[in-house]
Write a protein that binds this ligand. Sequence first.
Ligand code: SF4
Ligand code: SF4
Length: 269
Amino acid sequence: MERSRREILKLFGITALALNTPPVLNAFAAEQEAGHGVEGEPFVKQGGDALKAKQWAMVINTKKFEAAEDVRPLMEACHSIHNVPDMPIKRHELKWIWSAPYHNAFPMSPSKFIVEKLEHAPVIVLCNHCENPPCVRACPTQATFKRPSDGIVLMDFHRCIGCRFCMAACPYGMRSFNWRDPRPFIDKTTYNKEFPTRMRGVVEKCNFCVERLAKGLQPACVETCGNTGAMTFGDLNDPHSEIRKVLDENFTIQRKPALGTLPSLFYII
Ligand code: SF4
Ligand code: SF4
C-alpha cells in the first residue's frame, strides 16, 4: 500500500509536462460551468469510454488497513489530483478522504465491545453518496445535488453561497468549508490544472472522481489500492458487477443506517 508521492503523481499522469501545459477546462469543470449534469449524458470524454452506472457504490475492506499510514497514499492521491491543500491551521482543514477511529465512524455500533484489532484500525471515511441525501435537501441554491443518471452527490462550486446548511445536514461530517482562500496553499509541485480550484466561502467534498469516471478510469483512491481488494467500486444496480459479487460474499455494514440516508459506501469489517 505504501507509495511515494512521486509514484502517486506518476500513476495519475500528473507530470512536469502536464503542469507546464496551458490550462485545460476539463469535462468536470465544463459541467460545473454549465450547471448540473444532464440525466443520461456522461461528461465529455477524454481518452477511454466513460464508465457508467445506475448507482455508483464502493466497498471498503477495513481488514486491509491496519494503520493510518496505510490510508495516507489514498489521501495523497485524492487530495493531489483535486487540489485539496494541507491548510496550516487545524480548524481550516480541508479533506475529502481520511481515516477515523472505529467508534467515530460507527457510533451506532450495537456493542461497545469489539475485537481489539478493529478497535484500533483506521476506518476510511469519505462522502457516502447517500441515495437519500439530507445535504441535498438542505441546500437552498441546489449547489449540491444528486446526479440522476448515476446517484453521485456533487457540488456546483459556482452556486455555493457558503451558508453551510449542507454541512449541518450531513450526519457524517463529510464536508469541508473553505474558511479562507485555499489557492495559496496548494502544493505547486502537485497542482492539477485540469481540476477547478475553489475559493473562500465554498463547501467541498469527495465527488467519487466523476472527472475520472468520464475518462473511463476508476476513482483515484480505488486505483491506488490496486488489486489488493481493499476497495471495490461499481454499479450497485448491476447484479453481475464486481461490487455486487463482493457484497454477496461478505458481511458488510454502513454508517448510521438507522438514519435512512442509504449510504452507497459499504464496509467489510
Ligand atoms: S455523506 Fe453527507 S455529504 Fe455525502 S451525500 Fe451523505 S449526507 Fe450528503
Ligand atoms: S472517490 Fe475520488 S474524490 Fe472520492 S475519496 Fe476517492 S479519490 Fe477522493
